[in-house]
Write a protein that binds this ligand. Structure first.
Ligand code: GLU
Length: 511
């Protein structure tokens, strides 16, 4: 069997949409599964749509996601260059080959000619039925054509779509898809400026780069008919890649394609990384900035259009590669379920080892609070990792580990604090202060002894401690928390908290 070689071939026209990351992922997984090669090709021949910074964004996004390239710009490989703008000369040659073999022709129609044709025939299509009345090398004498070319008159090269051919595509995802050549137009292959169109460059490169499988978004399915014709015209049909067209990623409602605007409207990420497009509408945060782990994003994306057919949902990249199967990719659009994305992230945070989490959480804590001791942070992430869905939650749900409680959950104080127990609770602070060992187990023993001696129940003591220490009723184990906070801070907070509870209750009685 010939070698498996796949390419991800984005156009650098802006930030890479999450759908593009999924395409890259499926290419990557397929390559890894088959022991093949994963290639990045930058399709930058359309200068009018070129956006500076977009290529860099694509590279960074792939790197962050952990989709390691085997060949590509800046990486190298035997089939380079991998940027189409650097392969420009090639495409002209191949376009001429098509003309010479009678599969393409020069067309000299001016924009006005084309506008006129469209005006006269609202459904005008440059092709089988109309090419004979247009200005091209099929309707002109060879001398006339040569004269125009020599004179440098503007011209394009168009594919001469053959009449009455059925084009059958055996798509791995979609099954058999048939097109009739009579319905296709004579697409431009080489533009007036000598640049190829997407179609020509894409096919020439897939051939020269020995691509075995084309895995791309569904929006390219209709172009595939032209692509097959090109393979036939070049005589490359035998080595034509196999096609897989991936289903659309739909809005969370399931109605329509997920768009950039959905991101802003729903406050969800639809790009992998942040992008500064110069205007507020074109500037946004990505999965990374929302606080996703790249592995969680990949696991989520893998399931947008594919599933292993088992109950298992959590897969490492390697596990995904082992079970991934293009045949199991669905035909219908996949709903972008943001809650599911968050669920994946939560699972990954929970499973992450503490040192790795410290690294990820440190910048967030620094931003809100400043420098923190690394050992303290390690203890902190260990206690909080089961309570964070997105990385910023470590701060929003755990800021009390770093600064004094500024706000108390008053409703819980009303319900839980009994002023008649206050003297005992306050006296207990002294016992805590006297503890020699401040590890969670010693603290727990002391608290149990206190409850027994004073005949106070769990439901009285624990909430009071928790509220005084954190301000809320939520959070990790009180004993663990106390141990991490350290005796001094615990004592201070309990003193301050219990007094606050007394005062607050008294103020209620007066009102
Ligand atoms: N340049 C196309 C894109 O931006 C590539 C489509 C393909 O993979 O053939 O998606």
């Amino acid at each position: 069997m010939s070698k498996i070689r796949v390419r991800f071939a984005p156009s650098p026209t802006g930030a890479l949409h999450i759908g593009g990351v999924r395409t890259a992922l499926y290419n990557y997984l397929f390559a890894k599964k088959e022991g093949g090669t994963f290639i990045l090709r930058i399709e930058d021949t359309d200068q009018t749509r070129y956006v500076p910074g977009a290529e860099k964004y694509i590279m960074e996004a792939l790197e962050w996601a952990g989709l390691k390239l085997d060949e590509g710009p800046g990486i190298g490989g035997e089939h380079g260059p991998y940027r189409q703008s650097e392969r420009k000369a090639l495409y002209g040659e191949y376009a001429k080959k098509l003309v010479d073999s009678g599969h393409a022709y020069y067309a000299f129609d001016t924009p006005e000619d084309l506008a006129k044709a469209r005006e006269e025939h609202p459904n005008f299509k440059y092709g089988i039925m109309t090419r004979i009345v247009m200005k091209n090398s099929l309707t002109m004498s060879a001398e006339e054509v040569q004269q125009k070319l020599d004179a440098g008159e503007p011209s394009v090269i168009r594919l001469k779509v053959p009449a009455d051919e059925a084009i059958l595509i055996n798509d791995i995802v979609r099954g058999e898809v048939t097109f009739q050549s009579n319905e296709l137009d004579d697409k431009v292959m080489l533009k007036g400026d000598g640049m190829p169109t997407y179609h020509l460059a894409n096919i020439v490169d897939d051939h020269l780069m020995e691509i075995s499988h084309v895995i791309r978004g569904e929006e390219w399915l209709t172009s595939t008919a032209h692509h097959v014709l090109l393979y036939r015209a070049f005589g490359w049909e035998d080595t034509m890649p196999k096609f897989s067209h991936l289903p659309l990623i739909l809005k969370p409602t399931g109605k329509g394609k997920l768009s950039k605007r959905d991101g802003a409207k729903l406050g969800i990420p639809v790009f992998p990384l942040s992008w500064d497009g110069g205007t507020p509408e074109n500037t946004f945060d990505g999965f990374r900035e929302f606080g996703f782990l790249p592995e969680a994003m990949l696991n989520f994306l893998a399931f947008l259009g594919w599933n292993p057919g088992t109950e298992q949902e959590i897969f490492t990249k390697e596990e995904l590669a082992a079970v991934f199967d293009l045949e199991k990719v669905g035909k219908s659009g996949a709903k972008f379920d943001y809650d599911k994305a968050k669920w994946f992230n939560q699972q990954y945070i929970m499973e992450k080892d503490d040192d790795a989490l410290v690294e990820m959480v440190t910048p967030i804590i620094k931003e809100h609070h400043g420098e923190v001791d690394a050992d303290f942070l390690k203890g902190f992430v260990g206690l909080m990792k089961e309570r964070a869905t997105l990385l910023p939650d470590f701060w929003t749900a755990g800021s009390y580990f770093f600064k004094d409680v500024e706000e108390f959950d008053l409703k819980s104080i009303r319900k839980r604090w009994k002023p008649e127990n206050s003297p005992k609770m306050k006296a207990f602070i002294g016992a805590i202060n006297g503890l020699e060992n401040f590890d969670a187990a010693s603290i727990e023993t002391a608290i149990h002894a206190f409850m027994e001696k004073e005949e106070l129940g769990m439901g009285v003591v624990m909430p009071a401690l928790r509220l005084a220490l954190t301000g809320t009723m939520k959070g990790p184990s009180v004993f663990d928390m106390m141990s991490l906070l350290g005796k001094q801070r615990v004592v201070e907070r309990l003193e301050k908290g219990f007094q606050y509870f007394d005062d607050y209750k008294a103020s209620l009685d007066q009102a």
